[in-house]
Design a binder for this molecule. Structure first.
Ligand SMILES: [Zn+2]
Ligand SMILES: [Zn+2]
Length: 269
């Protein structure tokens, strides 16, 4: 059973609803062994809730983290961040990630061409849903080439959640040229992916990314795969981890990954 949740937000993230202390208690009550907070830091995201909405007060976050993690006994607690990647933010992200001793960094594409597909207005720009999916993957590949300051790429097919048919019309084969490039470049760069169980509760057929992407990552030799609920509330911690575990083992994995001081540690399923 997976007892590590490596994608969680507390009220240090603009869109989350539970205090860090409550998240810790809930994780402990659920029997988890390792968790990592991955608060949002989305520099230059003016689309969602106006300028500065997703800028993390990292100093306050660190103080609170130090206070709570030192008193946590049976549960190891990591200090992480979910960093919003956009091609023009390389210098900012390099500087930011050197400034703090993070245990784990998720790099995520929330904003593509200045639009967050999760908020709306992205799919409307394209002649078809497929063209929008493809543009999203191209933007991710550009970020993978440009950035080194992350450990795993977050919810690799995030945009699909918000397309007109969600993941119903998605097949790996239709995007295999670009998706193979994405997965191979991640592997070459020593980066991983995550299995984000948020997809299950966002009306998708599976997690983010889809099973076919996770399976292909394994076929290509990918070994670094963290598991995260993307919880924004205590009730979502470790949500659907039984289903995530089935996806992992069906894709051929016999272990999953956690991070400590930016170093991967493999845990058997
Ligand atoms: Zn995200
Ligand atoms: Zn998240």
């Amino acid at each position: 059973m997976i007892r590590s949740d490596f994608h969680m937000h507390s009220t240090f993230s603009t869109d989350a609803r539970s205090e860090m202390s409550d998240m810790l208690k809930a994780a402990s009550d659920k029997g988890l062994k390792h968790i990592c907070f991955t608060e949002h830091m989305d520099w230059d995201n003016t689309y969602d809730e106006g300028p500065g909405a997703f800028i993390l007060d990292t100093e306050s976050y660190k103080i609170q983290y130090d206070l709570l993690s030192s008193s946590s006994k049976d549960l190891s607690v990591g200090f992480g961040v979910e960093l919003g990647l956009q091609p023009h933010l390389v210098d900012f992200c390099n500087e930011y990630t050197h400034k703090y001793a993070f245990d784990f960094i998720i790099g995520s594409s929330h904003i593509v061409d200045r639009i967050d597909p999760g908020v709306g207005g992205f799919y409307e720009k394209f002649p078809s849903e497929k063209a929008a999916h493809r543009r999203y993957f191209e933007a991710e590949l550009e970020c993978i080439e440009k950035f080194d300051c992350f450990d795993v790429y977050g919810h690799l097919d995030y945009a699909l959640r918000y397309g007109p048919t969600a993941d119903r019309s998605f097949t790996y084969e239709e995007y295999s040229d670009i998706l193979d490039k994405i997965l191979m470049r991640l592997i070459e760069k020593g980066k991983g992916i995550e299995i984000n169980s948020g997809g299950f509760r966002k009306g998708m057929l599976g997690p983010n990314p889809a099973f076919s992407i996770i399976k292909r990552y394994h076929e290509l030799g990918g070994e670094i795969i963290t598991v995260g609920s993307d919880a924004h509330h205590t009730s979502e911690i470790a949500a659907d981890f039984d289903r995530a575990e089935n996806v992992l083992s069906d894709a051929g994995f016999r272990y999953y990954t956690i991070f400590k001081e930016r170093k991967p540690v493999q845990i058997p399923l």
